[in-house]
Design a protein around this ligand. Structure first.
Ligand SMILES: *Cc1c(COP(=O)(O)O)cnc(C)c1O
Length: 385
């Protein structure tokens, strides 16, 4: 593939970030790296291999197919499936050694039957019990945890390997939200007590994703589940500066750069319009660089107006609507700094030559960096650097 619109993955930065996480989270706390959604668009196989080198305990996936891809690539680490599978996928869970979340009486019973069918003779297959401590998504309520853990542990086919919960506002620094995270933590502990009261070992306990990992160090329990920080971005309001104000030191580097090239330089007259909808009218005679990147690559239409890109160290504004496969950038009349086929950086770490990170695009699109990465489509080749 020779297409110039591509994502460069700085693997040394990924390693740097994982090492930073390992240093920040003291042993023996386990690490579970979220590599779901192709490692947030950063190549799950690459991320998993580097994570294995660092000695990570679990890799978190969202679908059974993601797990199969990793197993086929030779990944041996424990795979924790964070979303619920359907019965048609259960035999693949067993075949590929994926650790699922199961909860809810009916669901657990169907899962036990599937395990019986698959293994024929008793086998303590590991599963995690998720707890809904306030996220409002999946999981048993704390008061149901004891009976559901019992259902799991009474089965000859299953073993309760651990319990997890997920915080919904731990990436916010407002006092109310920080208070809610504490309430969630308390409810999770209550769920764990309910399981222990049944004489069942609750196994590995885990609640924090990136934000709580950084900000709520008292909530690490046995395992934390970082995602976004491994890829070099802070979770919303829990930033480097905020952590510093709390005497916590944590440094990471963006892993991905998105780049393209100038494929045409056009001369426009004052009053000429650019792109669909004629939303931009040239204010004077000017030159426009055309880039072969558009919303089908993940450069969202709503980034314009506002988006700037970097060419040879300088920023230039995108003009008019971003099209499916192309967009236009104003470089100004007779600009000697921009030539045909010059490289263009949309975002990336400093060493890529970009002047901005994906955080700038997230702000423009009124979203979070996570969505910028997962929006990059498959025709954007990921190149490991
Ligand atoms: C995605 C996810 C994570 C990782 O979240 P980050 O904010 O990227 O660190 C952890 N736990 C669960 C349950 C998740 O869904």
């Amino acid at each position: 593939m020779n297409r110039c619109t591509r994502a460069i993955l700085y693997k040394d930065n990924l390693k740097y970030n994982l090492q930073a996480i390992r240093k920040y989270v003291e042993e023996p706390t386990k690490l579970c790296l979220a590599v779901k959604a192709d490692a947030y668009g950063h190549n799950a196989v690459l991320a998993s291999k580097i994570a294995q080198e660092i000695g990570i305990d679990y890799l978190a996936i969202a679908t059974v197919d993601e797990g199969i891809e990793l197993r086929n690539a030779g990944i041996k680490a424990n795979l924790l499936l964070l979303s619920l599978a359907i019965p048609q996928e259960f035999s693949e869970i067993f075949e590929y050694g994926i650790t699922p979340l199961i909860f809810g009486e009916d669901y657990i019973k169907v899962f036990i039957d599937a395990a019986k069918n698959y293994f024929k003779s008793p086998k303590k297959y590991p599963v995690f019990l998720p707890i809904d401590s306030g996220m409002g998504r999946i999981g048993a309520y704390p008061q149901e945890a004891g009976s559901q853990a019992k259902l799991i542990s009474d089965s000859e086919y299953l073993k309760l390997q651990g319990m997890i919960t997920h915080f919904c506002v731990s990436d916010s620094i407002s006092p109310e939200n920080q208070e809610f995270t504490k309430v969630q933590f308390q409810r999770f502990k209550e769920a764990v007590e309910n399981v222990k009261a049944q004489n069942i070992n609750p196994g590995i306990l885990s609640c924090g994703a990136s934000a709580a990992l950084l900000n709520n160090t008292d909530m690490h329990f046995d395992m934390v589940r970082p995602g976004i920080i491994a890829y070099g971005y802070y979770p919303d309001q829990v930033t480097k500066e905020y952590l510093k104000s709390k005497n916590k030191d944590f440094d990471i580097k963006p892993v991905m750069a998105l780049e393209t090239q100038v494929v045409a330089i056009r001369h426009f007259k004052k009053g000429q319009s650019i792109s669909y909808g004629r939303t931009y009218i040239c204010q004077e005679d000017t030159d426009i660089a055309v880039l072969p990147i558009g919303y089908a690559d993940g450069l969202l239409r709503r980034f314009s107006p506002g988006l700037e890109v970097t060419i040879n160290g300088k920023n230039y504004p995108v003009r008019g609507r971003i099209c499916m496969d192309q967009c236009m950038v104003e470089i100004g009349k007779d600009n000697k700094d921009v030539k045909l086929f010059d490289k263009v950086l949309i975002f990336g770490p400093k060493e890529s030559g970009a002047n901005q990170t994906a955080e700038a695009l997230a702000k423009l699109g009124n979203t979070i960096s996570y969505e910028i990465f997962t929006s990059l489509s498959k025709r954007v080749e990921r190149v490991i650097f």
